[in-house]
Design a protein around this ligand. Structure first.
Ligand SMILES: [Zn+2]
Length: 202
């Protein structure tokens, strides 16, 4: 991915939703099939640069771009599943039983990200939370400025760690709901047909 000016260092502007050249600042058009590669390059480089140079602006920019990038990846995933989803839709409409491959296709479509998120290792986060709670317990009995400041710091840490756990539990809930609905396919056939038809509309 190179800009007309010859520079290869691209950035993403989450407000204008465009890729741009970090050298001449002009917009750079990216081929649709190369968009994810370009986006993930920006995520990797921006995160490392942002951390190495304590660049708050860069890190906030990456954070704000993640949702757009995720949406792009989701679209590509749906494109990738399209043919298989059409087969599922046909079987649903004709009242046929779904086979294992069909269920796997629906699984990727609805909860692929959640399936992988819950496999991540949260033991470090749980350990941190326990440590933070101990610190909160200790400092909550004091009223001096140091203790109150440490309490405020602990609450910030707790809030960040809870975000990971909340996302984990939300993913688990999505997985449970999917499994419940797929076990009861007859009851959900109409709804599923509607969702797939909307998604596969040309
Ligand atoms: Zn340029």
């Amino acid at each position: 991915m190179t800009c007309r000016c010859g520079n290869t260092d691209l950035g993403y502007d989450p407000e204008k939703k465009i890729f741009y050249c970090k050298n001449c600042k002009s917009e750079v058009e990216i081929d649709p099939e190369k968009k994810i590669t370009a986006a993930m390059y920006i995520v990797q480089k921006g995160t490392v640069d942002g951390i190495n140079h304590s660049n708050l602006g860069e890190l906030n920019n990456i954070k704000s771009s993640i949702e757009d990038f995720d949406l792009q990846i989701k679209e590509n995933l749906e494109k990738n599943l399209k043919n298989d989803l059409m087969k599922v839709l046909m079987r649903l409409k004709t009242g046929e039983r779904l086979n294992e491959k069909d269920v796997e296709t629906l699984r990727y479509f609805f909860i692929g990200d959640a399936d992988y998120y819950v496999k991540e290792d949260f033991s470090g986060t749980i350990r941190n939370i326990k440590k933070t709670l101990e610190s909160i317990k200790y400092y909550s009995k004091r009223e001096d400025a140091i203790s109150l400041s440490r309490l405020r710091a602990s609450l910030k840490t707790l809030k960040n760690d809870l975000n990971s756990i909340i996302t984990y539990l939300e993913c688990r809930e999505r997985i449970e709901n999917f499994e419940k609905n797929i076990d009861n396919i007859e009851k959900n056939r109409k709804m599923l047909i509607y969702v797939l038809e909307q998604k596969l509309k040309p």
